[in-house]
Design a protein around this ligand. Structure first.
Ligand code: ADP
Ligand code: MG
Length: 601
């Protein structure tokens, strides 16, 4: 008797499990399956993503429903279309030996008539997203008045996404005496409210600790200067040639920008966020699943449906606003028994958040250094060597070998190897030899060094927290109004009625010009160049500044000379510093440095 039989599952289900290659039940399956088979009851199960929850409710449901009847008996609600389709597929696989089983997926963005047709054929199990389900009910295209089992999958995420009312509405069309099974990774207040409202005396099952990420995930953080964030991200990718990752940003805008920048720099990247059409999102997800995209840059909301098992790294390009979200992010890796790494890129102002996250996940972070340029060159070289070593010889090249061999007649093997590797190595080497160390000086040293930074201009602006700005909002405001990029505005420091920020010198005249006679809501917004540290202290003590006179003014009139710099190139986007992934004369398709590739191993 195998371990699944011991849980009480019927033979045809055991057969499907064997076909799927599942050997032992996961913890949540072991705990819930017998309970759900034993008697009809309400159940709340808390378990992280990737722990096999679908099978934990799927198999009992399949065993308990009457397949010879065409009545809809089971309803599974899930937060996203992605998940809805995944669950549908899984259930179909679990039930592949159940003759006459119909499972129907109901979700937005696809034809409602087709879905209605499928339902009409007689479906025993409906897997649905709340929005479309509500629609179908109100148009009387489904009948869930006889269901016996309702599953709320990923309940916390459904509530996060604002589906509370939809769920309430949907459940009001189901019979009182059904069994409700709620699955969730976390148990915030909202979930317990749902549990109280819709369930009678639910049995509670908890797997692992509440709110704790997978034990297969290790957590690392990297302390860098705020405007080195993107460079740091590139190094992390370069230092992990086999990376297959989700990169989280805070906003849709940043998500799009980081993805675009990565693509421009020659990485196989894609963006996933809510401003894309469903079709665009599907295309991106398809490429990601097929591993044609190595780096998927996503917002938290859009990433909810991602259920890809072998993600090697989660990279927090920015920390989430709510630290609880970190658990969801890091849960995208370390799935299905594999190990994963969750990396966080932080600047000094955010580093204290690491401590709070450690408390939530009850695990410690390792502080790591951003790899140096030479370390990356070494990693890339070794990866290339391994790849070449393992490459199968393609006999199609035979006819050309004669000529090639002739060319290399006088070259020794030793020399040949050196030349061969130099082709790619030199690219990385040339790129990295001039780059600086990105690791931010230790937390204790103060960040006053902009006083010494000649490349950078510090500005005073007469709006502050009184006007509803915090540093993030002000940064967004400046970037938007000035049409600057991602990291062009930095060291934003918001005080009560005024604030400071930096840009590179190249943008100085643009900023000053833009804010000459700039009015918002009938009020002049005044921006001036500020002297470095000492002045700032004076100001911090001094309340609102009058917008006339003072040194700032003088600086500014002198500033005419800056204007001529206006068209200068930003030093770090000059061609000499272009990403090594770009433009190489020699692009070996299979043996290149971590390029997109369809099948890995
Ligand atoms: P969750 O809903 O908890 O995030 P899933 O149900 O999506 O997790 O399962 C994650 C992956 O693990 C799926 O690919 C599933 O097929 C696989 N899986 C589930 N149960 C087992 C098992 N007992 N043994 C091996 N793999 C399993
Ligand atoms: Mg699931």
């Amino acid at each position: 008797m195998n371990a699944f039989q011991k849980l009480g599952l019927d033979d045809h289900l055991i057969q499907a499990i064997t076909d799927l290659g599942f050997e032992t039940p996961s913890e949540v399956q072991e705990k819930t399956i017998p309970l759900l088979l034993e008697e009809d009851r309400d159940l709340v199960a808390l378990a992280q993503t990737g722990t096999g929850k679908t099978a934990a409710f799927g198999f009992p449901m399949l065993q308990k429903i009457n397949i010879s009847s065409r009545t809809t008996q089971g309803l599974i609600l899930s937060p996203t279309r992605e998940l809805c389709l995944q669950i549908t597929n899984e259930i179909k696989l679990y039930g592949k030996h159940c003759k006459g089983l119909n499972v129907t997926a109901i979700y937005g963005g696809a034809s409602i008539t087709d879905q209605a047709k499928q339902v009409k054929r007689g479906t025993q199990i409906i897997v649905a997203t709340p929005g479309r389900m509500k629609d179908m009910i109100s148009r009387r295209l489904v009948d869930i008045s006889k269901i016996e089992y309702a599953v709320l999958d990923e309940a916390d995420e459904m509530l996060n996404m604002g589906f509370y009312e939809d769920i309430t509405e949907i459940l009001s069309h189901t019979p009182e005496d059904k069994s409700t099974w709620l699955f969730s990774a976390t148990m915030p207040k909202e979930v317990s409210i749902i549990a109280k409202k819709f369930m009678a005396n639910p049995t509670e099952v908890t797997v692992g600790h509440k709110n704790i990420g997978s034990k297969n995930v290790s957590h690392e953080y990297f302390l860098v200067g705020a405007r080195d964030r993107y460079q740091a991200l590139k190094r992390l990718a370069d230092a992990n040639p086999e990376i297959f990752s989700v990169i989280f940003c805070r906003t849709k805008r940043d998500t799009q920008k980081v993805a675009e920048q990565l693509i421009e720099d020659g990485y196989s990247a894609g963006a996933l966020h809510g401003d894309l059409s469903q079709n665009q999102r599907d295309v991106v997800m398809k490429s990601f699943r097929a591993k044609q995209i190595q780096m998927l840059v996503a917002t938290d909301v859009a990433a909810r449906g991602i259920d890809v098992d072998d993600i090697t790294h989660v990279i927090n390009y920015q920390l989430p606003d709510e630290i609880e979200t970190y658990t969801h992010r890091s849960g995208r890796t370390g799935r299905a028994g594999k190990s994963g790494i969750s990396m966080v890129i932080v600047s000094k102002s955010e580093v204290r958040k690491i401590k709070s996250i450690e408390r939530i996940i009850q695990k410690e972070f390792t502080k790591k250094e951003i790899p140096s340029g030479m370390e990356i060159c070494e990693v890339q070289l070794k990866a290339l060597a391994n790849k070449i070593h393992d490459t199968e010889i393609n006999n199609e090249i035979e006819p050309y070998l004669n000529e090639i061999n002739k060319l290399f007649e006088d070259v020794s093997k030793d020399e040949l190897i050196k030349k061969f590797f130099s082709v790619e190595f030199t690219r990385f080497f040339n790129y990295y030899k001039k780059t600086k160390d990105l690791n931010s000086p230790s937390e204790s040293s103060r960040s006053d060094d902009y006083a010494k930074d000649d490349n950078s201009a510090r500005f005073f602006i007469n709006i502050g927290s009184k006007d509803g700005y915090d540093w993030m909002k002000l940064k967004d405001f400046l970037r938007d109004t000035l049409q600057l990029n991602q990291d062009d505005v930095y060291k934003v420091d918001v005080k009560d009625s005024f604030a400071f920020f930096n840009t590179d010198n190249v943008h100085k005249s643009k900023v000053l010009e833009f804010f000459t006679n700039f009015k918002q809501d009938g009020r002049f917004i005044n921006v001036e160049i500020t002297e470095k540290k000492s002045r700032e202290r004076n100001r911090s003590g001094g309340g609102r500044r009058s917008s006339g006179g003072g040194r700032g003014r003088n600086e500014r009139s002198k500033g005419n000379s800056f204007r001529s710099e206006g068209k200068a190139r930003r030093s770090d986007s000059g061609s000499s510093n272009r990403s090594p992934r770009r433009s190489s004369d020699f692009k070996p398709k299979g043996a290149g440095f971590s390029r997109p590739r369809k099948s890995r191993r």
